[in-house]
Write a protein of this length. Structure first.
Length: 108
């Protein structure tokens, strides 16, 4: 394991998952890229199922809502800083959760 990988493992990395309304996509990407601690992330389009408040008629009929999801491997200590400004800088229609990452690194 390289020195960089050892430092990452010893600090404790977490996968921060953000699930947001599609209209927040551009602002959210810009926001995430403004953090030195966010070296990169994966984003993709998903569908949310469940609560029906705030859904359009078409979404209520189909039983799903379009969402954008972001997976960010980040030092656990940096997560509060990232979450702190989300509502004011991006918007409120964002759901988040954290998943413990047992290991994180690059192959090669």
């Amino acid at each position: 394991m390289s020195n960089t990988q050892q430092a990452q493992s010893s600090e404790g990395f977490t996968m921060l998952v953000l699930n947001a309304a599609p209209e927040l996509e551009e602002n959210l990407i810009d926001y995430l890229l403004s953090f030195e601690e966010v070296e990169g992330f994966t984003s993709y389009h998903v569908h949310g199922h469940g609560e029906h408040h705030g859904l359009s008629v078409a979404e209520q009929v189909s039983g799903r809502r379009k969402r954008s999801q972001y997976e960010i491997f980040i030092a656990s200590s940096a997560i509060p800083r990232v979450l702190e400004g989300l509502a004011s800088a991006v918007g409120r229609d964002i759901v988040y959760w954290e998943q413990t990452a047992r290991n994180f690194g690059h192959v090669g």
